[in-house]
Design a protein around this ligand. Structure first.
Ligand code: ZN
Ligand code: ZN
Length: 355
């Protein structure tokens, strides 16, 4: 089969590799129908994720068709169309029993495209197939479902639920990339009063507006603070989400929150940020961090099947699976291409066109 293989910082290739095989009784082999590229994959390619070994296949967000199941798998059978979650769970360790699959200690957690071969390939071995896959209703398209592999549950669990968004809240989302925009969609489930999206890029601010943000603002800290103050009678935002993963946006979040408010960090950070406790100690704020557990994926799937959420506007480009190298180029240059989420589908025509 073909797969996208990491060959050290800055080096990737779409190349011939052996087909995956069942290794454990709990494994499932899927034929990949639709797959996407994540900002995290770009971090890996830069060499920011040292545990990612040379020769490994990238990718952790896919929809596929079950080809083969291990002896212990009960929940899916060959032929089932499934969402492959970015997080796997053994189901028996302490964290899995609390629904915190992201912290699984027995080989689950973020395994695909991280500590084992990923899904940017024609076939993939999925660990703990019963918990790591979700059967898809017929009326759900593969390209919409693939957005539930990572960005929807991440924005919902780590942003909206950790930030405890309430009806009427002023919610500020710093960062208008795919995760920030998914946070707009999932925050709306709780009828906030105002959603403010902060991003320096005009196309991203426009996309945020289209997805339901009430106010969009450039990332100049003083300007943002002024806008948030004007929306909240000077108090500050009830919930602020960091969806960038850099010190400056995080520090901006701590400046924007009201006394008693919540800061939910979603961003993947590579360098230390300053926590201004000299200002925050007196403000009763709550700061949360988290890796997604994907424990809400069944809920999000029902909302998708019932057409209560529509993540499809996040998709900007569609490619055939074997256009992987080009799709990476497009995804890695959002300033030029306007790329948000790029979808690669098995059997799709050679398009590469912006939708
Ligand atoms: Zn991802
Ligand atoms: Zn576990």
């Amino acid at each position: 089969m073909h797969a996208l293989v990491y060959h050290g910082p800055g080096q990737r290739s779409w190349e011939q590799v052996p087909d995956p095989e069942l290794q454990l009784d709990t494994d499932v082999i899927v034929g990949v129908d639709a797959v996407t590229i994540c900002g995290t994959d770009l971090h890996i390619l830069k060499g920011d994720v040292p545990e990612f070994e040379v020769g490994r296949i990238l990718g952790h967000e896919a929809v596929g068709t079950v080809e083969e199941v291990g002896k212990a798998v009960r929940g899916v059978v060959p032929g089932d169309r499934v969402l492959v979650s970015c997080i796997a769970g053994c189901g028996t360790c302490r964290f899995c029993r609390e629904g915190r699959y992201g912290q699984c200690t027995q080989g689950g957690g973020w395994a695909l495209g991280h500590t084992m071969d990923g899904v940017q390939a024609e076939y993939a071995r999925v660990p703990f197939g019963d918990l790591s896959t979700h059967a898809l209703p017929q009326n759900v398209s593969s390209e919409s479902a693939v957005l539930l592999a990572d960005i929807l549950p991440t924005s919902y669990e780590v942003g909206v639920l950790n930030g405890r968004v309430q009806p009427g809240d002023c919610v500020v989302i710093v960062g208008g990339g795919p995760i920030g925009l998914a946070a707009v969609l999932t925050a709306k489930l709780f009828s906030p009063g105002r959603i403010v999206v902060v991003d320096p890029a005009e196309p991203r601010r426009a996309a945020a507006k289209k997805l339901g943000a009430d106010v969009v603002v450039d990332a100049q800290p003083d300007e943002v603070a002024e806008v948030v103050a004007s929306l909240t009678r000077g108090l500050g935002a009830d919930v602020v989400m960091e969806a960038v993963g850099l010190p400056e946006p995080f520090e901006l979040c701590t400046r924007l929150v009201r006394p008693g408010g919540r800061i939910a960090n979603i961003g993947v950070h590579g360098v230390p940020a300053t926590l201004h406790l000299e200002e925050l100690w007196i403000k009763d704020v709550t700061i949360t961090t988290g890796l997604v557990d994907t424990s809400t994926t069944p809920t999000l799937l029902r909302l998708l099947a019932d057409q209560q959420i529509d993540p499809s506007p996040l998709i900007t480009h569609r490619f055939a699976l074997d256009e992987m190298m080009h799709a990476y180029d497009v995804f890695a240059s959002p300033e030029d291409t306007g790329a948000m989420k790029v979808i690669l589908e098995r059997g799709a025509g050679q398009t590469g066109e912006q939708s």
